[in-house]
Design a protein around this ligand. Sequence first.
Ligand SMILES: N[C@@H](CCC(=O)N[C@@H](CS)C(=O)NCC(=O)O)C(=O)O
Length: 224
Amino acid sequence: MNANQLPAGAQEGRLKILGKASSINVRKVLWLCAELGLDYQHEAWGSGERDTQVPEFIALNPNAMVPVLLDGDFVLWESNSICRYLAARQGRSDLLPTEPQARARVEQWMDWQAGELNNSWRYAFMSLVRKSPAHTDPQALAAGIQNWNRHMQMLEQQLARSTGAFVTGDQFNLADIVLGLSTHRWLMAPIDAALRPQLPRVQAYYEELSKRPGFMAHGRNGLP
Ligand SMILES: N[C@@H](CCC(=O)N[C@@H](CS)C(=O)NCC(=O)O)C(=O)O
């Protein structure tokens, strides 16, 4: 990475986070920084904010997506990778265990959130929340809500199996950051009450996470 390509300020020894605060993936990083007590500079990039389809941004992330983390001349994209990096950088084995099986369990839920759960809500979210003109088909919306609910029911089942208040047990960790934000998105979505299943463990989990200032600042802060 040529340091000359970095946006101004990235070479001052302070972390820099690029990405709009309304993005679920950016919010993971902002919440984690609050948990870690990390200082950072923040620039709002992404649709509705600064356009990522410009050469200076694409030089940082060829996907033209947010978030991007700059740590000196180290540039990292993919929100879950950024979370793992920051937790490891700060030596926080409570958030990302070093024991292989415990770590794999946390990563399993993080990967499921990014690959399965996040994909299940796209149509319904674009339709109900973003009011996208390209997402107005009633059948696709109904199927999307059903698929989103089905994934949230898997989270409900996991919380029933968990031996503690959090997804993998009694220790809050990175899996809870990513799944907490997904929970917030589902609870905030204006899904017709008749179509929304009651998920009491998911609701209790949301309240448990709401005890954390980082979640209140970057998750449960009024943004969908
Ligand atoms: N897998 C990526 C997905 C990133 C992503 O989808 N970012 C969205 C915002 S949530 C984005 O950058 N959209 C383009 C834009 O806002 O311009 C990650 O987890 O970082």
